[in-house]
Write a protein that binds this ligand. Structure first.
Ligand SMILES: O=C(CO)[C@@H](O)[C@H](O)COP(=O)(O)O
Length: 229
C-alpha cells in the first residue's frame, strides 16, 4: 500500500517478487480526506515500471466521477470510491453518511464504461445498509473502512466488522475489502467476518519481513475461506 511506504518501493530495484505483484493498492486523496497522496501521473509511472501490476485504486476524492478517465488511462484496473463522497460537496469533509445511491450508481456505470472494475467504500460511521442491493450487485468490490479515511497507522476499528458480515450475507460472490489497521494480528478476524481482500499499510511496510507478513495474512484468509467452502 503506497501511502504508507517510503518512496523507495516505487523504484524497480525494490520490486517484490512476481507472485506478490498481482495486486497493488494505490490511494488517491483529494478534498475528501485531509491528506494528499497521489494521482494519475504517479499511477502512469508505476504502470510503466511494473506493467503486470493490478492497480486497485482507492479514490478518497470529493468528486469521484472526475478522475475516472484519468485513472483508466493511467492503467487503473479497479476504481473504488466513497459512498459519502457522492453527495453535496458541503458535507464532504465530515466523512459521515451523506451519500446518494442514485449518484453512486451513475459513478459505477461510468467506471465500467471506462473499462475498469468498480468498488464502493464506506467510512466507519456509514452503515452498510446504505449499500442497497442494486448498488452492491452493480460493483465488483465493497470496501469497509476499519479506520477513518485519511492516514495510515491508525488503530483497527473491530466494531466495523459486523458490516462485512452483513454485506457478505447479501453479496456472497462479491469481493469485500477491509482497510485500516489490518495486519497478521487481525487478518483471521477480518476473514471470519466475511472479508476476502485485506489492505495493510503499516503492518507490511513496518515489518522486518514484509513477505512473511503478507504470507501470514494470506494463509489466515485462505484458511477461513477453505473452512467455509
Ligand atoms: O488510506 C488509508 C487511510 O486513509 C488506509 O489505506 C491506510 O493507509 C492503511 O494503512 P494502515 O492502517 O494499514 O497503516
Amino acid at each position: 500500500h503506497v501511502p504508507n511506504s517510503p518512496v523507495r518501493p516505487l523504484q524497480p530495484q525494490r520490486r517484490v517478487p512476481a507472485h506478490d505483484q498481482q495486486r497493488r493498492r494505490l490511494a488517491a486523496h483529494g478534498h475528501f480526506v485531509p491528506n494528499i497522496t497521489m494521482g494519475a501521473p504517479i499511477l502512469t509511472c508505476v504502470k510503466q515500471n511494473v506493467p503486470e501490476i493490478f492497480m486497485d485504486c482507492h479514490m478518497m476524492v470529493s468528486d469521484p466521477a472526475n478522475w475516472i478517465d484519468d485513472v483508466a488511462k493511467a492503467g487503473g484496473k479497479l476504481y473504488t470510491f466513497h459512498y459519502e463522497a457522492v453527495a453535496s460537496p458541503t458535507f464532504l469533509i465530515v466523512l459521515t453518511h451523506t451519500g446518494s445511491a442514485e449518484v453512486a450508481k451513475t459513478v459505477i456505470d461510468k467506471i465500467h464504461a471506462a473499462g475498469m472494475l468498480a468498488g464502493l467504500a464506506i467510512s466507519p460511521d456509514t452503515p452498510s445498509t446504505v449499500i442497497t442491493d442494486e448498488l452492491g450487485n452493480a460493483v465488483e468490490m465493497l470496501l469497509v473502512m476499519t479506520v477513518r479515511p485519511g492516514f495510515g497507522g491508525q488503530k483497527f476499528m473491530a466494531e466495523c466488522l459486523p458490516k462485512c458480515t452483513e454485506l457478505r450475507a447479501r453479496f456472497p460472490e462479491k469481493h469485500i475489502q477491509v482497510d485500516g489497521g489490518v495486519g497478521a494480528g487481525n487478518a483471521c478476524q477480518c476473514a471470519q467476518a466475511g472479508s476476502n481482500v485485506l489492505v495493510a499499510g503499516s503492518a507490511i511496510f513496518g515489518s522486518a519481513d514484509p513477505k512473511k507478513t503478507i504470507a501470514e495474512m494470506r494463509t489466515q484468509v485462505d484458511a477461513e475461506f477453505t473452512k467455509k467452502a
